[in-house]
Ligand binder design. Structure first.
Ligand SMILES: *Cc1c(COP(=O)(O)O)cnc(C)c1O
Length: 417
């Protein structure tokens, strides 16, 4: 559920008319609903209340500071994947003891900064990374906690680009190696082996693959116990799917009902890393119609937003619902909704039935709150768009549109040219 609803034929975010914001912020822009973020966070918290998990929002899905602060205020921690995310998390007042750090390619600088910041634990993705963390921790005279990210070799029915849980993927450590490392923990004296982590991919809409993966992780924890390894955390990752079109994803409650008994049995502190589930439907991308072009074969609605602003349709073939901000007549025509970028992959929808719009009409591309702005680029020398947050009847631009000066900052032509 979300708080983008029509009232008297006009789209509102909570109590603010979206077209009013468009006048202030200009188009295109991203818009987030504070209430929706809180609501989704609360849904997970309530569903999993039986194990009182630490909910670490996967910051890579949306790192807008107003979004992060909203979640910090709810008690969230963060799942981070870079030192940039670490710094942003600390800037919004996150408790370092609620930060977990995954990434297959942590650099020395990142490891140092995270140890100094005293994060909760590292999710370690390979033996050389473990050796590196151990070495750096030794040199800093610290003993950080690590969880091994196991690769459970579980297939999840999702887009290939967002599946991470099989041995074809670069993520995690296979079970045999993980066990060997845990047994050899004395050879890594500067880290504490504290947990097992598993994350098999994103936009997963049935609980079966999750359960399979978590069960593998739990079986693994049991084996480790027999090996004499005592752990503190089980981190079950993120990946909960949401509704973009007509998916029927498990609810947080369905997922919890299916998995809580297993989690409870472990006696471990449970960590979760939802991203999309919290932010996905809490944001929209607003764009303006520029031209309607009919080449005799197809109709194209050309809008001012492009794939550099929201890449999911071109990158993942993702479906996003598109609605005009103002309800118009019921007559609909089949068209492609495309951006101005010089790429055939620059589209938001293909063969979509939409009302006939005219120049200047505004559209909302729904479910754009996760993996939207964060994946945007300056392709075609286009500045990143503003991000706006609504709470009740208030709204504010939380990050301004990039100016041309932002785009050329630091760029120089060398003398030898
Ligand atoms: C991307 C990612 C997540 C979040 O995935 P969602 O599908 O957005 O919930 C969680 N954990 C890790 C390790 C990730 O890489």
């Amino acid at each position: 559920m979300h708080d983008f609803k029509f009232k008297n034929g006009e789209l509102y975010c909570e109590s603010v008319k979206v077209s009013t914001i468009a006048k202030k912020a200009g188009t295109p822009f991203y818009l987030y609903s504070h209430h929706t973020l809180v609501d989704h966070f609360t849904k997970i918290k309530k569903a999993f209340a039986g194990v009182r998990p630490l909910i670490c929002f996967a910051m890579k899905s949306n790192d807008n500071m107003a979004v992060l602060k909203t979640l910090v205020n709810q008690g969230a921690g963060f799942d981070i994947v870079s030192v940039g995310e670490l710094k942003k998390a600390l800037m919004v007042g996150a408790d370092p003891q609620k930060i977990v750090f995954a990434s297959v390619g942590k650099t020395e600088e990142e490891i140092k900064d995270a140890i100094r910041a005293n994060i909760l634990f590292f999710n370690v993705e390979s033996l050389p990374e473990l050796e590196e963390i151990n070495r750096i921790a030794g040199s800093l005279k610290k003993k950080p906690k690590v969880a091994l990210r196991i690769n459970p070799d579980v297939e999840a029915a999702t887009h290939a680009k967002i599946a991470t849980g099989t041995l074809k993927n670069k993520f995690g450590i296979d079970l045999r190696t993980s066990r060997r490392l845990m047994k050899a923990r004395a050879t890594f004296p500067h880290v504490r082996f504290s947990g097992v982590h598993v994350h098999i991919g994103s936009q997963i809409i049935t609980s079966a693959p999750f359960i399979k993966a978590v069960k593998r992780a739990i079986d693994f924890v049991d084996i480790l116990r027999k090996d004499g390894v005592d752990l503190e955390f089980l981190d079950i990752g993120g990946g909960l799917g949401i509704i973009y079109k007509d998916e029927k994803p498990q609810t947080a409650q369905d997922f919890a009902d299916a998995i809580l008994p297993y989690l409870k049995k472990t006696g471990l502190k449970i960590v979760m890393e939802p991203g999309r589930f919290i932010a996905g439907n809490a944001g929209i991308f607003v764009t303006k119609a520029l031209y309607l072009k009919d080449n005799g074969v197809r109709k194209f609605l050309i809008v001012d937003g492009g794939m550099n602003d929201l890449v999911r349709p071109s990158m993942y073939g993702a479906y996003h619902e598109i609605v005009p901000l103002k309800k118009t007549g019921t007559r609909k025509v089949k068209m492609d909704v495309v951006g101005p970028i010089c790429e055939s992959g620059d589209f938001f929808a293909k063969d979509r039935m939409l009302p006939v719009l005219k120049k200047g009409d505004l559209l909302a591309i729904m479910s754009a709150g996760a993996y939207g702005y964060v994946m945007s680029s300056n392709y075609n020398v286009r500045g990143r768009v503003p991000e706006v947050m609504v709470k009740g009847n208030k709204y504010a631009v939380t990050k301004p549109r990039e100016t041309f000066n932002d785009l050329v900052r630091g760029e120089k032509i060398p003398k030898f040219i």
